[in-house]
Design a binder for this molecule. Structure first.
Ligand SMILES: NC(=O)c1ccc[n+]([C@@H]2O[C@H](COP(=O)([O-])OP(=O)(O)OC[C@H]3O[C@@H](n4cnc5c(N)ncnc54)[C@H](OP(=O)(O)O)[C@@H]3O)[C@@H](O)[C@H]2O)c1
Length: 242
């Protein structure tokens, strides 16, 4: 790939995820300076650091830790071109069985943390014209999902947040969009029963799982100056029959 991200500073949360790590690799190859956050996967974080990215350990459920991180980040960087909210967790249960703790943690990591980070990093984004914010969302945001209402609500919240911020920040040349990567093999999905994976394949028009590498390349394109006129949209990496 051409170095279409040279001179771009990019921060992605959850750089150690299946999609996040594919993106970090692609963005480095495309010439970006890449910063990422991670939670527990030290081994993957070390691999990415050795490739040239800079990792920050950060529990996105911990508001004080986010505050500490943003201070450190802002002391190192004066301009940010792209912010990608990719880290997410699931605590699946039907509503009768869902504890308040599992509801709160899912909303904190998936939805509140993006709000907190944007508030703190907006000044850095304003210095880049244009700058971009991406939210990694899910089919669940629009269609709901049985047994994961907390996750679906968090992702639907991100869609509403993106569409609102696109309106608030458009004149300041901050573009805000969502990407639904489709159903991928990752830690998030590895524990799911085979029947759920088969159901996803059955419902997919293309009849296959998403490839994080291809989603990462699409995100590299969206992060580049080749895309400057799209905001408030949700890009779907899958098409569903239902
Ligand atoms: N997999 C799918 O089929 C699918 C479908 C639709 C949408 N998505 C979305 O795509 C994105 C990437 O998904 P994925 O499947 O690639 O993820 P994944 O491999 O399961 O990794 C999850 C990421 O979130 C981080 N994380 C989890 N809890 C955290 C916390 N408390 N604080 C900070 N970071 C935390 C993890 O960090 P550590 O690994 O360092 O602990 C990891 O980087 C997510 O937004 C997900 O919702 C995935």
């Amino acid at each position: 790939m051409d170095r279409i991200l040279s001179q771009k500073n990019i921060l992605i949360t959850g750089g150690t995820s299946a999609l996040g790590s594919a993106f970090v690799r692609e963005a480095l190859q495309a010439g970006a300076t890449v910063y990422f956050t991670y939670h527990q996967n030290e081994a993957r974080a070390k691999e990415l650091t050795e490739l040239g990215a800079k990792g920050f350990p950060l529990n996105l459920a911990d508001q004080e830790a986010i505050d500490h991180f943003q201070r450190e980040f802002r002391s190192q960087l004066k301009i940010l071109h792209v912010l990608i909210h990719n880290a997410a967790l699931t605590h699946d249960a039907t509503i009768q069985n869902m504890s308040e703790k599992d509801w709160d943690e899912t909303i904190s990591v998936n939805l509140k943390a993006p709000y907190l980070l944007i508030k703190k990093l907006l000044a850095l984004l304003f210095r880049a014209k244009p700058s971009k914010i991406f939210f990694i969302v899910s089919h669940a945001a629009l269609q709901g999902i049985f047994g994961a209402s907390n996750y679906a609500a968090s992702k639907a919240g991100l869609v509403g947040l993106a569409k609102s911020l696109a309106q608030e920040l458009g004149r300041k040349e901050v573009l805000v969009n969502c990407v639904n990567p489709g159903f991928m093999k990752s830690r998030m999905t590895e524990g799911l029963p085979e029947s759920v994976i088969e159901k996803n394949l059955r419902e997919s028009t293309l009849g296959k799982l998403s490839d994080p590498g291809e989603v990462a390349k699409f995100l590299v394109y969206l992060s580049s100056d080749q895309m400057t006129q799209v905001s408030g949209q949700v890009f779907h990496f899958e098409s569903r029959k239902t």
